[in-house]
Design a protein around this ligand. Structure first.
Ligand SMILES: Nc1nc2c(c(=O)[nH]1)N[C@H]1C(S)=C(S)[C@@H](COP(=O)(O)OP(=O)(O)OC[C@H]3O[C@@H](n4cnc5c(=O)[nH]c(N)nc54)[C@H](O)[C@@H]3O)O[C@H]1N2
Ligand SMILES: Nc1nc2c(c(=O)[nH]1)N[C@H]1C(S)=C(S)[C@@H](COP(=O)(O)OP(=O)(O)OC[C@H]3O[C@@H](n4cnc5c(=O)[nH]c(N)nc54)[C@H](O)[C@@H]3O)O[C@H]1N2
Ligand code: SF4
Ligand SMILES: [Mo]
Length: 917
């Protein structure tokens, strides 16, 4: 008998460094891994202390990265028409389709629609294949929806797409203007840096310009709730104000910028009262803003989607840049017009020229010398000669049958593009739709003829560039799951099958990066600031160990690399070296309200979700603070329409022929009357009536082609049902719930299962029958009914597998049928005691679950607990943190905590004593 027991394999801890794959802040992450034998598992994630973007901080999304990194829902093998196929079959088919399309209809019948979430190397290959070898510039990206207006404005003003600021500027400035940016939710780590800077320097002022009073306003000294779309008038007003107060030194400005007089002339009509009236602002608030800006020793304007996603996005950004040029607020520490990017590698995409109107490495398609240089460098057989179609035009051309082949990578356009019905029609019309994604299902994959499994974060290697031009490495730690391949590899496979072997033979992304770096340096006598010459020739080890670096780069005498501030010499990459002020005139949004569609529909981010939720949607933790999309309405508007808090509202617009969108109502005095706000994340995957994008027309900025995604014209009305309720099912049974048996549903991920908020047109009894009819026969059903509600649950092998609660009304904060999701979640999969059974039937909730909505996701602290702590003396964030730990990990909830402190104290009529650290 063998008496030896096997020795357990030794598990070693190892730390690997990478970059968060979500927002453009570009935080460094330290991942501790367990290595057992050859197998690696990810154990813990923290912010990298020495990474200059975050200095160790992470927000709630970064903190929960590992929670969303399992293989649930992943696409693991290629499919054609839904059937699993070998890679060779899929890539042969794609190459054939591309060749046939080019032969029959020309290269412009082929299109790529890619993403600011691809790594630089993936993006470079997509652009090279399309623009150099397929021979068309029909490659566009979701960055068109995100920062194309900012790019166009920088190019107009500076001659090159260069972001002239660093994160340290927002900490060292005297005046920080946050416009069209909900930093607290969308760039939370920068928000924390700003809050801390403000604490250190109490004279620093923060102005928030946003039609909504957002959580970002918790650190604002002044909030200007301007009318949506009116920003150009406001910044023109600022220029005029300073000019008429003789605060602009035109002679000095003329040494580095041209066009100032014309810009001032265009701003002439915009005196204080004209601005206040047009933007619908208090005139004294406008005066305060103008005074602060014109007197500030240093000022930064930090802007994002409220500026870019507009039919006047480019002019809005140039109106801002004009002020920075005219006030000499550029090129110095603590100054500059700072467009903050959304996606982790939006900037990398800009560098490799991933937009349809760019070439590569900041070169231009229209410039013959640039085209010749690139053609030679790539040895390209058919370099594109004209600009390609921008996203909206691309899908329009597809709908018209002009584009026959599209390859979508790393983006979910059915959810994120405006005019959803048109995008769906385009994909239906297109002969071949290829989608590379990491998930097996999403709204766009439903239209794919060929689906390709890509590797995701933690599996892939490459470079990303953040909002302050800092390049960092994402590192592959885990092996590709299933048959997944890196995006660049998939494209190279197809390119090889198209016959391009030499140009697409890479074995490591470092080789691709090196080629790109060489191209940025090619014949670049510093006329392009994007010059990565010092990075050319890195060995694979150097690439693997690359530490974050910001371009423009300079090599010191001792060979060390350091970055230089763009434009510190006030010389710009234009033919005469001068920046350009642009004369801009305010214009109304294209999607105008009218009698039939009188409300302005604004849209944007929620704190805990990322875009279309294919990753963040996987964890209950990120659902708890906001389980469903809601529509925010001003209480006066709601009252006039008979819409009540906790009820539902329906929204329609002229562009959608389908049934209306329906959302639960959130009343908020912080939104302008006449405006509505819906978060963007919840797609058809998550709700029966949540296809927000169908309400937006495909109106775009004439220069940038960026869609006007903050301003649809919609109608609003109450929506009543006869039955309302909730359904919870454990994870493995979730597919058994027949969503079609209810009129409305909205899904939320729980820890142990899935929850649906449901509503039915049918009366209570009929709705119950329809739901019960779908319950599997082998489940044991327990039920209780009264006149207005019913509760029932099912057990499978004595464990709770499903819970249903319905009622005939939803008109109170907690209708009698509603119980906290987290309570039912805690009982799913559990054997129930007699008391549990009775509690479920009678809605007797365990006290620990009655503390209201989750506020701090990290420590699971709920609203009522926090209110109680404030009432008993915790009047600051520090005090709350000491008592409840809330806000002491990632800090994303600090703005909300500040609001709760303020609200609770004002109810108690006590003085405010809040602080952010
Ligand atoms: N939690 C989370 N963070 C994210 C993302 C996410 O999905 N989730 N996505 C990332 C991406 S890709 C992006 S692009 C960024 C976006 O980051 P942000 O631009 O900060 O986010 P949004 O919520 O889209 O819009 C910002 C604000 O613009 C305001 N706004 C609307 N119209 C106007 C207007 O006419 N003028 C002005 N001045 N303001 C207006 C809106 O009310 C909104 O509060 O977030 C990034 N960070
Ligand atoms: N109404 C309205 N619409 C908007 C906006 C708005 O504010 N309002 N904002 C716009 C903006 S700024 C943006 S950036 C877009 C974002 O919109 P999208 O880009 O459509 O949203 P995501 O959910 O980020 O889509 C990314 C897809 O790529 C997949 N993926 C993740 N990693 C990888 C990878 O490594 N490789 C591949 N091949 N796939 C991967 C994900 O599973 C997901 O399906 O939405 C835009 N749409
Ligand atoms: S702020 Fe949050 S989402 Fe953005 S990069 Fe940092 S951790 Fe990731
Ligand atoms: Mo974005």
């Amino acid at each position: 008998m063998n008496m030896t027991t096997p020795t357990p394999e030794l598990t070693r801890q190892q730390m690997r460094q990478s970059t968060c794959p979500y927002c453009g802040v570009g935080c460094g992450v330290d991942i501790s891994c367990n290595v057992t034998g050859g197998a690696v598992s990810l154990d813990k994630i923290t912010g990298t202390p020495e990474h200059p973007a975050n200095h160790g901080r992470l927000c709630v999304k970064g903190t929960n990265l590992l929670e969303t990194n399992d293989l649930k829902g992943r696409l693991l093998h290629p499919t054609v028409a839904g059937e699993k196929v070998a890679w060779d079959t899929a890539t042969n088919l794609i190459a054939d389709k591309i060749s046939q399309t080019i032969a029959q209809f020309g290269a412009d019948a082929v299109a790529f629609y890619v993403s600011g979430q691809l790594l630089t190397e993936d993006y470079y290959i997509a652009n090279k294949l399309m623009k150099g070898f397929i021979g068309s510039a029909n490659i566009d990206t979701n960055s068109r929806l995100c920062m194309s207006s900012a790019v166009a404005a920088y190019k107009r003003a500076f001659g090159e797409d260069v972001v002239p600021c660093n994160y340290t500027d927002i900490e060292t400035t005297d005046l920080l203007v946050l416009t069209g940016s909900n930093t607290a939710w969308a760039h939370p780590v920068l928000f924390q840096r700003i809050a801390r800077a403000k604490q250190r320097n109490p004279t620093m002022k923060v102005v928030v310009i946003d039609p909504r009073k957002t959580e970002t306003c918790t650190i604002a000294d002044l909030h200007l709730p301007l009318k949506g779309g009116s920003d150009v008038a406001l910044f023109n007003g600022l220029l005029r104000y300073a000019h008429s107060n003789k605060q602009i030194n035109s002679a000095r400005v003329a040494t580095y910028a041209q066009g100032l007089d014309a810009a001032i002339a265009a701003a002439k009509p915009w005196d204080l009262s004209a601005v206040a009236q047009y933007c619908d602002l208090d005139i004294e608030d406008v005066r305060t803003f103008f005074t602060w800006f014109s007197q500030a020793p240093s000022a930064v304007t930090f802007y994002s989607m409220g500026v870019n996603q507009s039919s006047q996005g480019v002019d809005k950004a140039n109106a801002i840049i004009n002020c920075h040029l005219a006030f000499e607020q550029i090129g110095r520490v603590g100054t500059g017009p700072f467009s903050i990017t959304g996606q982790p590698n939006a900037m990398g995409g800009r560098e490799v020229g991933g937009l349809a109107n760019m070439l590569v490495a900041h070169m231009d398609i229209e410039n013959e010398a640039h085209r010749t240089r690139v053609k030679e460098f790539w040895q390209a057989p058919s370099l594109c000669e004209t600009q390609g179609l921008k996203a909206v035009d691309m899908f329009d051309a597809m709908a018209l049958g002009k584009i026959k082949f599209v390859w979508i990578m790393g983006t979910n356009p059915v959810v994120s593009m405006p005019h959803r019905e048109r995008v769906e029609a385009a994909l239906r019309k297109c002969d071949t739709v290829v989608v590379s994604d990491i998930v097996a299902t999403n709204d766009t994959l439903a239209f794919a003829d060929i689906a390709l499994p890509a590797t995701g974060w933690s599996e892939k290697d490459g470079m990303v560039t953040n909002s302050e031009r800092r390049m960092s490495r994402q590192r592959g730690i885990l092996p590709p799951p299933g048959e997944a391949k890196h995006d660049w590899q998939i494209m190279c496979d197809v390119a090889n099958k198209l016959g391009y072997l030499d140009a697409f033979s890479y074995s490591h992304p470092g080789q691709i990066f090196d080629e790109f770096a060489r191209l940025t340096a090619c014949e670049n006598k510093n006329e392009r600031l994007l010059n990565l010459a010092p990075l050319v020739g890195m060995s694979q080890t150097q690439y693997d160990n690359f530490s974050p670096l910001q371009w423009p780069l300079k090599e010191g005498d001792d060979g060390t690399l350091h970055s230089v501030r763009p434009f510190s010499s006030l010389i710009f990459p234009t033919p005469n070296g001068k920046a350009r002020c642009i004369a801009v005139t305010p214009a109304q949004p294209t999607q105008r309200t009218c009698k039939q569609y009188p409300y302005v529909l604004n849209s944007g981010r929620a704190r805990d979700q990322w875009h279309t939720m294919t990753r963040t949607g996987k964890t209950a933790k990120l659902h708890a603070a906001m389980p469903h999309a809601t529509v925010t309405i001003h209480p006066d508007d709601a009252k006039a329409l008979g819409i009540k808090q906790h009820s539902y509202a329906q929204l329609s617009s002229a562009v959608s022929k389908e049934e209306p969108c329906i959302f639960p109502v959130k009343l908020d005095k912080g939104i302008r009357k006449g405006d509505l706000f819906v978060p963007i994340h919840w797609s058809a995957t998550w709700g029966s009536h949540s296809k927000l994008a169908k309400l937006y027309a495909s109106a775009t900025d004439a220069i940038s082609g960026q869609p006007e995604l903050k301003h649809a014209a919609v109608s609003l009305g109450p929506k009543t049902f006869n039955t309302y309720g909730m359904v919870c099912m454990r994870e493995e049974d979730a597919p058994l719930f027949n969503q079609d048996c209810v009129s409305y549903w909205a899904k939320t991920q729980l820890e142990n299962g899935v929850k649906w908020a449901i509503a039915c047109e049918e009366l209570l009894a009929e709705s119950i029958s329809a739901i019960v009819a779908n319950i599997p026969k082998h489940w044991v059903l327990y039920q209780r009914k009264d006149t207005h509600s019913a509760q029932f649950f099912c057990t499978d092998k004595d464990q709770l597998c499903a819970y249903f609660s319905v009622g005939d009304s939803c008109m109170s904060e907690t209708p009698h049928w509603q119980v906290p999701d987290a309570w039912v979640d805690s009982l799913l999969n559990q054997s129930l005691s007699a008391e549990d059974q009775s509690n479920l039937l009678y809605g007797k909730v365990d006290e620990s679950f009655t503390q209201g909505p989750l506020v701090c996701s990290c420590f699971e602290v709920r609203e009522k607990t926090i209110q109680a702590a404030v009432q008993t003396g915790c009047h600051s964030l520090d005090a709350l943190g000491t008592k409840l730990k809330c806000g002491t990990n990632c800090g994303s909830c600090k703005p909300r905590l500040t609001e709760i402190i303020d609200d609770t104290l004002s109810e108690l009529a006590l003085p405010l004593a809040t602080s952010l650290d």
